[in-house]
Design a protein around this ligand. Structure first.
Ligand SMILES: [Zn+2]
Ligand SMILES: [Zn+2]
Ligand SMILES: [Zn+2]
Length: 759
C-alpha cells in the first residue's frame, strides 16, 4: 500500500466534484478522503501504486463536464490505516465551497426533466443540479453556500432538501436547488402591449413574441431584449427603440440542428455552442438563413447561442422560432439586472417583461467567442468564464487590482499564483457603467477575499479606469503602457514566459509613453519593461474622436500624406457625397495641424482603406468598416502592394504611402475591390513578417505574440502565423481576449514585475 496527497486547482468547487471523486474512488477500491480547501480540492488516497496511478489519470481525464482542472499535483504521503472513502468537512467553514464557479448552462439531465410531463420539475424554469445552473451571478458572499446566494430567501421543501443532503443524488449540495413547490417563480408585466394575453407568464411572453413584440427576459446575469429573429419589422423596431443602428444582434436557437440551419458550423464551433459556458459563437451565416437581414446587416458573421437556462429552453419551445436576444440596455449603459430597474429603464423599449423573483447579485453579460484560423478565441470574456481562475507561472508578490481599459473594460484581480478577470463592464462612458465597474470590483474583492495592495492602470489620463485607480488610497500605483499590457496578456494566455517575447500589438489606439497615440507597435517585452523597436508612420485623425466615426476623414488624411498634400479627391467615389465644405475643413485641419492628432493605430489603416475602396464614409460602431473591409477580400490573391521601411529611425518606421498610391491606381484601373482588399491584407502580412524578421535577424529566436483588437481579423492572423510559424513560436490569444477586454491581466503582471524589479 502507498499514499498520495493530490491537490487539484481550477473550477472544482460547487460543481459536484467531491461526490464524483468519491464515486471514482469507490469503484477503484481506494480508501482515503476528499475535502475542499481554500485553493481547490485535496484528496488523500491509499492503495497500491498501480491503482493510485490509474486513479490520478481518471481525475485528469474524465472530470465532470462543468469542472475544470487547471492544475493537479500529487505527493507521496505515509500509508494510513483507513476504512472506506469519505467526503470531509474543511475545518474553517464546514462543508462548504470556498471558491465560486462560473454559471453553467442547463445540463441534459435537467433539460430532460423540464420536458417530462411526469417529472415534478416539468416546465419549471429554475431547475438545476450540481453540474448546471447559476453560480457566480447569484453569489453574495463567501463561502459559496445557499445562505450567501440570492436563493437564501427560498426555503427548500422536504423533497429538495432530501436531494440536497444525499451524496448519491445529482443535487447533492447544489446550492440553487429548487422546484415548483419551493423555488422562484415567473411573472409577467405589460408595459405597452395593447390587448395583452392573459394566461401564464411564459405563454403570454411567447404569444407577444409571435406577434412581433419586444419582450425583456430576465436571465442569469441580466435582462435580454427578445424579439422574433425572422420578423424584419420586429427587429427594425428593436433597433430603433434601442438606438442601435447597425451593430449585429445575437440570436438564440433551440439546438445545434437549428444553428446549422442558419450558419456553417465547424466542429470547433459546434463544441463551443454546446459547451457548458454557452457563449455567443460568431459563425458564418448561410446565404439562405431564415433570419431577417436586419439582425446582422452587412456582416457575414452571425452571433448564435443555444439556450443556457431552463427558462430559455421553455421559451424557445413555446415560440418555436429563433429569437434575437440582445443585452437589455440603452446605448452604452450596463445591462439591466433588477426588476424595478428593468421596469424603469426598459419602458419605451420593451412591450412587456418576463420576470422572476430570484435576484441577480452580479451583472454578467454573455461571452462572445470566434474561431480564428482554427483557434477558439474569446472576444468577450464574461458569463460562463468569470470567475474561472488563471494559473500564473510566477506568483505575484502582492495582491494586485488591474483596472483595464476605457472601452470594453474588464478588470483583473491577482493574488499568489492565481488571477481572475471580472465580468465584461463595457465602455466606461456613462455614469451607470462607472458605478457597475466600482460595484463589481468591490464584489469580486469580497468573493475572492483579495485586498489589493497594488493598483495597475493604463497611462491614459482620460480613461475613467485610470481616474478610478488614482482615487484608491493606501496602495502602490503603477501606470502600464497599453500595448505592453496587450503583449503580456497574450503571453499569460500561454502560461507565461520568462525570457523576452517580441509582441506585435495592432489596435486602434492606445496611449504611448511619449503622449501620442500608438497602435502599430513591435515591442520586445520583458516581464517589467519593454523596448519599442518598430512602428508605423502615423496618420492624422482630423477631428480627433470624430474621425473614428466619420472614417472618410482618415481616408482623406491618408491620401493627403501619400500624395504630398494633393489628394486625388475628384476621382474617388467616396468623396462624391461628402459636402465640399466638410472636405475643405478637414484639409485645413491637416494643413494647420489643428485638432488633427497623429495616430499610429493599424486599425485606422483598415478604416481608411475600407472607407476609400468600399466608399463607406461612416462607421456606425467601432470596427464596422474595418470588418466590412476584411470580409470584402477575395480568396486566392497572392500579390501585395509596395511599402518602405526606414531602418535609420528608432523605432524603425513602416511607411505605407506607396501602398496607398498603388491602391488608388488599382481603383483607377477598375481592379475589383475584393482584390484590392486581398492585396491590402497581404501587404499588412508582408510588412509584419518583414519587420519581425529584420528585428530578430541577429538575435536568438524568441516567441512572437500577436495581440490587439486588429487580430480579430482572421485573414491577418492566419497569414502572419503561416509565414512566421516555421521559424518562431507564435503566440495567439485564446482565453484572454485580444482586444481591450484582455489587457487587465497584462497590466497586473507588469505592475507586479515592475515593483519587484525596483526592489
Ligand atoms: Zn443539471
Ligand atoms: Zn422544492
Ligand atoms: Zn488596445
Amino acid at each position: 500500500m502507498a499514499g498520495r496527497r493530490i491537490e487539484i486547482r481550477g473550477t472544482v468547487q460547487g460543481v459536484g466534484f467531491r461526490p464524483w471523486v468519491y464515486r471514482v474512488a469507490h469503484r477503484a477500491g481506494l480508501v482515503g478522503r476528499v475535502r475542499n480547501d481554500p485553493r481547490g480540492v485535496t484528496i488523500e488516497a491509499f492503495a497500491s501504486e498501480r491503482v493510485l496511478d490509474r486513479f490520478i489519470e481518471q481525475l485528469q481525464d474524465d472530470a465532470p463536464p462543468s469542472a475544470r482542472v487547471v492544475d493537479l499535483r500529487s505527493y507521496p504521503i505515509p500509508d494510513e490505516d483507513l476504512e472506506g472513502f469519505t467526503i470531509e468537512s474543511s475545518d474553517a467553514v464546514g462543508d462548504k465551497a470556498l471558491s465560486i464557479p462560473p454559471d453553467l448552462a442547463t445540463c441534459p439531465d435537467c433539460e430532460a426533466e423540464i420536458l417530462d410531463p411526469n417529472d415534478r420539475r416539468y416546465g419549471y424554469a429554475f431547475t438545476n443540479c450540481t453540474t448546471c445552473g447559476p453560480r457566480f451571478t447569484i453569489a453574495t458572499g463567501i463561502p459559496y453556500d445557499r445562505a450567501a446566494t440570492t436563493m437564501a430567501p427560498f426555503d427548500m421543501c422536504a423533497a429538495c432538501r432530501r436531494e440536497y443532503a444525499d451524496m448519491e443524488d445529482r443535487r447533492f449540495h447544489a446550492q440553487p436547488n429548487a422546484c415548483p413547490e419551493c423555488g422562484p417563480t415567473l411573472s409577467f408585466v405589460v408595459l405597452r402591449a395593447e390587448d395583452a394575453p392573459k394566461t401564464d407568464p411564459l405563454a403570454n411572453a411567447s404569444e407577444l413574441l409571435k406577434r412581433g413584440a419586444v419582450v425583456a427576459v430576465k436571465g442569469l446575469g441580466g435582462f435580454h431584449l427578445a424579439c422574433d429573429a425572422t420578423n424584419a419589422g420586429a427587429v427594425r423596431m428593436l433597433r430603433e427603440r434601442k438606438r442601435r443602428d447597425e451593430k449585429p444582434f445575437a440570436v438564440m436557437v433551440r439546438d445545434l440542428g437549428a444553428a446549422q440551419a442558419l450558419a456553417e458550423i465547424s466542429v470547433e464551433e459546434a463544441q463551443l455552442l454546446t459547451a457548458p459556458e454557452r457563449p455567443i459563437v460568431l459563425v458564418r451565416k448561410r446565404s439562405d438563413a431564415a433570419v431577417a437581414p436586419e439582425v446582422c446587416p452587412e456582416t457575414p458573421l452571425l452571433g448564435l447561442f443555444l439556450p443556457y437556462t431552463p427558462l430559455h429552453h421553455l421559451l424557445l419551445g413555446a415560440v418555436g422560432i429563433p429569437l434575437v436576444m440582445t443585452s437589455a440596455n440603452v446605448s452604452d449603459e450596463p445591462i439591466c439586472k433588477d426588476n424595478e430597474e428593468a421596469r424603469r429603464r426598459l419602458d419605451g423599449i420593451a412591450d412587456a417583461l418576463l420576470l422572476h423573483d430570484r435576484e441577480i447579485a452580479m451583472r454578467c453579460d454573455d461571452s462572445v467567442v470566434r474561431v480564428i484560423a482554427g483557434t477558439p478565441t474569446l472576444m468577450r470574456r464574461s458569463r460562463g468564464f468569470v470567475p474561472r481562475p488563471f494559473m500564473l507561472e510566477k506568483p505575484v508578490s502582492r495582491p494586485v487590482l488591474a483596472c483595464g481599459a476605457h472601452l470594453k473594460n474588464t478588470f483583473c484581480l491577482a493574488a499568489g499564483d492565481t488571477a481572475y478577470f471580472g465580468p465584461h463592464i463595457g465602455d466606461l462612458e456613462t455614469l451607470g457603467a462607472l458605478e457597475f465597474f466600482e460595484d463589481a470590483i468591490e464584489r469580486m474583492q469580497t468573493i475572492l477575499s483579495i485586498r489589493p495592495e497594488v493598483i495597475a492602470h493604463d497611462l491614459h489620463p482620460g480613461y475613467l479606469s485610470t481616474r478610478y485607480a488614482l482615487t484608491r488610497k493606501g496602495v502602490d500605483r503603477v501606470g502600464v503602457q497599453h500595448h505592453h499590457a496587450h503583449v503580456v496578456s497574450a503571453i499569460a494566455d500561454h502560461g507565461g514566459y520568462d525570457g523576452p517575447v517580441l509582441g506585435v500589438a495592432f489596435d486602434g489606439t492606445g496611449f504611448g509613453e511619449d503622449g501620442t497615440s500608438w497602435g502599430s507597435e513591435f515591442l520586445l517585452c520583458f516581464p517589467g519593461r519593454f523596448e519599442r523597436l518598430a512602428t508605423f508612420r502615423p496618420v492624422r485623425l482630423p477631428g480627433g474622436d470624430l474621425a473614428m466615426r466619420e472614417v472618410w476623414r482618415i481616408a482623406y488624411a491618408l491620401l493627403y500624406d501619400a500624395f504630398d498634400g494633393d489628394p486625388p479627391v475628384d476621382t474617388l467615389p467616396l468623396f462624391r457625397n461628402i459636402p465640399k465644405e466638410s472636405i475643405e475643413v478637414v484639409a485645413q485641419m491637416i494643413e494647420r495641424k489643428l485638432n488633427a492628432p497623429l495616430g499610429r493605430g493599424v486599425g485606422r489603416y483598415f478604416d481608411a482603406f475600407g472607407a476609400l475602396v468600399l466608399s463607406r464614409a461612416i462607421s456606425t460602431y467601432e470596427g464596422q468598416v474595418a470588418i466590412a473591409w476584411d470580409f470584402a477580400s477575395e480568396d486566392g490573391v497572392d500579390d501585395s502592394y509596395p511599402f518602405e521601411i526606414d531602418p535609420r529611425r528608432t523605432p524603425m518606421e513602416v511607411d505605407l504611402r506607396p501602398a496607398v498610391r498603388a491602391a488608388v491606381a488599382d481603383m483607377g484601373s477598375e481592379v475589383p475591390r475584393g482584390r484590392i482588399s486581398a492585396r491590402f491584407h497581404n501587404t499588412i502580412v508582408g510588412v509584419t513578417v518583414r519587420v519581425v524578421e529584420a528585428l530578430l535577424a541577429n538575435r536568438e529566436p524568441v516567441p512572437v505574440a500577436l495581440t490587439g483588437g486588429v487580430f480579430q481579423n482572421a485573414r491577418l492572423c492566419q497569414g502572419i502565423e503561416k509565414k512566421l510559424s516555421n521559424k518562431y513560436k507564435v503566440l495567439r490569444h485564446r482565453e484572454v481576449p485580444p482586444g481591450d477586454g484582455g489587457i487587465a491581466l497584462g497590466q497586473a503582471l507588469i505592475a507586479d514585475a515592475f515593483l519587484g524589479d525596483k526592489g
